[in-house]
Design a protein. Structure first.
Lengths: 672, 220
């Protein structure tokens, strides 16, 4: 049975993790290669199982109960089409990251801090997807959180990473607490916490609503929904780059999986206000995430903020699917959920790719600040072109895959006038506008990221002495860009393969995507809209080729003599180039005063004063200022007050225990 | 026979609650040790009776352990300890005897109110045994909270342990291993606390726990 093999693979990953400390102690690079090689093979197997379970149907799915965990209950695991989709996403990311790390991992200064936790992290994510009862789900979830926390802390010598780890740990515990409460409400007093039992039980409206809010807090904090995203841009960049890619590209998807599993499968029929909540949060997340990304100078943090944006897009899709599902519009709901799932898949591909590219830049130059990079296209051309591919994909430009899912989502948004609720009819187009704004800003964000990092001239010696990454790392990235192109040009089979999931989740499915004519995809019906990735790809290729030929063949080859043009750089200093900050300045001017309390402090010396002019820009994170700062203030206040409890006598402690016991007994007596 | 066995089981368990009240009342240390021995004797009787009516011979072993350790061994050792420590003086209680007794009565009432409905489906012997055992446990805790002298706190702790054993034997099918391990944990706790008592006395010339707290506060 496939599920048994999958569980064996997970056990194998845990075994590798257990053996890793011994391997890390051996002379490198053997230990590193062994750990990442084993992870590569095991995640590859899990990937195959995921594909088989999605395409092969019931033959490759199933349940399994292991006699571990809670006594007499055991741990339930199951593999169905929904978990298969995410199994593919997770393990595709795992394969790419492991392959990449075969080269990148050799540059790790402290392999002993990374190697033991890396396979454990992969195992934890897979376990979350396979769990089929609340207890094993929560344990796996926490296992995933803690192992990724250990990876975030692997470079703990830098104070910033320690802060990131602390914030991450706090938010992760908060999220798990919320999930625990959600599952507690779902399981009720029956004590049967298997998903199958929860699914068949009837839940009153207030319980379903409370569970939805708790899931938004719990899974949303892990996925990076605003305003619970604050840990994400701190923690994701702090980890080694292949782990950053996994955390950003894959772990956030595991959170999305948890949300979908509970809200679509366990809760039953949704209520329409759920969709309102999700659409508002999703659009807020998308816009705020990308606005923050445009402002960042740290390449990896920029990518992390862009993850926040993409999570917003995914949640808009999920919210739309809920809205359509409430009203029994199966086809529209399936379109929305397909766009969300497809975007999960696509984002996991290109975000992984971009983080791996950032890893190459980090190894090649030792810099993450894009203001100190530049001109890398000459020193590391292959990384540059792969990164460019990722940028094109994430900016949702055809013919790559980012376009397909965002286009499908916009198609779903266009169906909103059919919704009966007025609130949704007004809200969905607004969310669509926010989505369009986010997509445009993402485009500018990645033009900036790529242009400042790879084009122009080197802004520091580190950048001018950069070196290209290992061939095996570049192979991992080529694999990802290849998949991006494949998913972008031939999305039809992908959409078809998702139909068992959509009929499972929203009791509807999209029209079967015909392989002909022109390999196009059709969201609703052929007369309304269609898109053919391969046609667009072919057109782009052909028109570029023709343009190149025309220029080469018909341009004048006569030698011309002219005064030397200095390529727009009259001053040899690289600081005269266009900088990242100057690129972001127009957007900063528009959105800064509202979203970041922008303060620009320009100081011009008086005439005759030889001091240089200074320009200081301060941006404040309003979420931090208005939400987290007051909360931490209250916590500190309460801690000060409760500090007295540290210095009581033994008898006072005993009295406290006694009083608590009596109070609880009293409660039991009056309750019954 | 059924009625008689039930009544006798209740008599012994109720007797333990009564002796617990005697302990709460007793404010001389040597007298307290004697009452504790009596507590253990009643426990022995109760457990043996349970062994007889449940037809569970292994409970006789529990009874023997209770008698040997708690009715003879520990009281004897405590006697010696008290004499060696030289504390024959009166022990002070917090809040006076009267309020403490009143509070004890409230606790017994509370445990009845809690346990009788909670265990309504259990058979009558187990049900009322559990209610009385909870009373004994609460009274033991109350004793630990209200006394300042370390020796009487130990005795409160051990009477609490007696309540646990009463509860364990009242329910059918509790394996012997559990009871033996409980008995040994009590013994270990006793030894550890005994050692500490002497160490405390060495340092502070008293076993009044107030001295410990005074010392700690003085240091800060």
């Amino acid at each position: 049975m496939a599920i048994a093999v999958a569980l064996w693979c997970v056990i194998g990953l845990i075994a590798v993790s257990a053996a890793a400390p011994a391997l890390a102690a051996r002379p490198q690079p053997l230990g590193t290669r062994l750990v990442y090689g084993a992870s590569l093979i095991l995640t590859g197997l899990l990937l195959l199982i995921g594909i088989a379970a999605l395409l092969g149907g019931a033959d490759f799915q199933g349940q399994k109960v292991l006699p571990i965990g809670l006594p007499w209950i055991g741990a339930h695991f199951s593999l169905d089409s929904l978990s298969a989709v995410f199994l593919i996403i997770v393990n595709l990311g795992g394969v790419a990251a492991s392959l990449y790390a075969l080269g990148y991992g050799l540059h790790e200064e402290a392999p002993g801090r990374v190697l033991p936790f890396y396979p454990a992290f992969l195992a934890g994510m897979n376990l979350v997807l396979l769990s089929a009862d609340a207890f094993s789900f929560l344990v796996s979830w926490e296992f995933m959180s803690l192992s990724s926390w250990a990876l975030v802390m692997s470079h703990h010598h830098e104070g910033e990473n320690r802060k990131a780890g602390y914030v991450y740990l706090l938010m992760a515990s908060f999220g798990t607490l919320m999930l625990m409460l959600a599952f507690g409400l779902l399981a009720g007093t029956s004590g049967d916490a298997t998903f199958a039992a929860i699914m068949t039980a009837a839940h009153p409206d207030w319980i379903s609503g409370a569970v939805l809010v708790l899931m938004l807090l719990g899974a949303g904090s892990k996925a990076g929904l605003v305003p619970l995203h604050v840990w994400l841009p701190l923690a994701h960049p702090a980890a080694p780059s292949h782990v950053s890619g996994l955390m950003s590209g894959v772990m956030t998807k595991v959170a999305v999986y948890g949300f979908i599993r509970v809200v679509f499968v366990l809760l039953g029929q949704p209520q329409w206000w759920w969709a309102v909540l999700l659409l508002v949060l999703g659009s807020l997340t998308a816009v705020l995430g990308v606005l923050q990304a445009v402002m960042q100078r740290d390449l990896k943090r920029l990518l992390a903020y862009s993850t926040v944006e993409n999570i917003g897009i995914i949640f808009i899709g999920i919210g739309l699917a809920l809205a359509f599902k409430t009203n029994g519009m199966g086809a529209a709901a399936s379109l929305a959920i397909v766009s969300a799932l497809l975007h999960c898949f696509n984002h996991s591909l290109f975000k992984n790719l971009l983080f791996l590219g950032a890893g190459n830049v980090l190894v090649g130059t030792g810099e993450r600040d894009i203001e100190k990079l530049g001109g890398l296209i000459h020193r590391m051309p292959r990384t540059a072109y792969l990164f460019l591919g990722g940028c094109v994909a994430i900016s949702a430009l055809p013919p790559l895959n980012g376009f397909v899912s965002e286009w499908l989502l916009l198609q779903a948004i266009l169906l909103s006038p059919d919704l009966p609720q007025w609130a949704l009819r007004f809200l969905v187009p607004a969310a669509g506008a926010m989505l369009a704004l986010a997509a445009a800003l993402a485009g500018s964000c990645f033009v900036r990221a790529f242009g400042v990092t790879f084009l122009g001239r080197a802004r520091s010696t580190a950048a001018s002495e950069a070196h290209e990454a290992e061939p095996v790392s570049l192979k991992a990235m080529s694999l990802l860009i290849g998949l991006c192109l494949l998913a972008g040009t031939l999305p039809g089979p992908l959409i078809d393969s998702l139909s068992p999931v959509t009929s499972f989740l929203v009791a509807g499915h999209m029209p079967t995507q015909p392989l002909m004519p022109l390999l196009s995809i059709i969201p609703i019906n052929e007369s309304r809209s269609s898109y053919s990735g391969i046609l667009v790809f072919g057109f782009i290729m052909a028109s570029s080729w023709i343009a190149i030929r025309v220029i080469h063949n018909f341009a004048s080859r006569a030698v011309r003599r002219a005064p030397p043009w200095d390529c727009g750089f009259p001053n040899a200093d690289p600081a005269t180039q266009y900088t990242a900050d100057s690129f972001a300045q127009p957007i900063r001017r528009v959105f800064g005063p509202m979203f970041f309390r922008l303060k620009v402090d320009a100081h011009m010396p008086r005439p005759g004063d030889p001091k240089p002019a200074t320009l200081a820009v301060t941006l404040r994170d309003l979420v931090w200022d208005f939400l987290y700062a007051p909360i931490s203030g209250w916590v500190m206040f309460a801690a000060e007050r409760l500090n007295v409890l540290q210095f009581l006598t033994i008898r006072s402690y005993l009295s406290l225990v006694f009083a608590a016991l009596v109070a609880l007994l009293f409660l039991v007596a009056t309750w019954a | 026979m059924q009625h008689f066995s039930l009544d006798a089981a209740h008599m012994f368990a109720g007797g333990m609650v009564l002796v617990s009240f005697m302990m709460l009342y007793q404010d001389r240390i040597l007298g307290l040790i004697n009452v504790f021995a009596a507590h253990a004797v009643v426990l022995t009787l109760s457990v043996s009776w349970q062994a007889y009516i449940q037809d569970a011979p292994h409970l006789y072993i529990t009874a023997a352990i209770a008698f040997g350790l708690k009715a003879i061994g520990i009281p004897w050792a405590l006697h010696r300890m008290v004499v060696r420590l030289g504390i024959h003086r009166e022990i002070e209680t917090v809040g006076g005897i009267g309020p403490t007794m009143l509070m004890g009565i409230v606790l017994v009432a509370l445990s009845m109110v809690v346990m009788l409905p909670a265990a309504a489906e259990a058979d009558p012997i187990a049900r009322e045994d559990l209610a009385l055992a909870l009373s004994v446990i609460l009274l033991g805790l109350l004793m630990m909270v209200t006394r300042q002298n370390a020796v009487s706190q130990i005795i409160g702790f051990m009477s609490l342990e007696n309540g646990l054993i009463l509860a364990a034997t009242g329910a059918k099918g509790m394996p012997l291993v559990v009871e033996i391990s409980v008995a040994f944990s009590v013994l270990v706790a006793f030894i550890v606390i005994g050692v500490f008592l002497f160490r405390i006395r060495e340092r502070f010339d008293t076993v009044d726990t107030q001295a410990l707290d005074d010392f700690r506060e003085g240091r800060e």
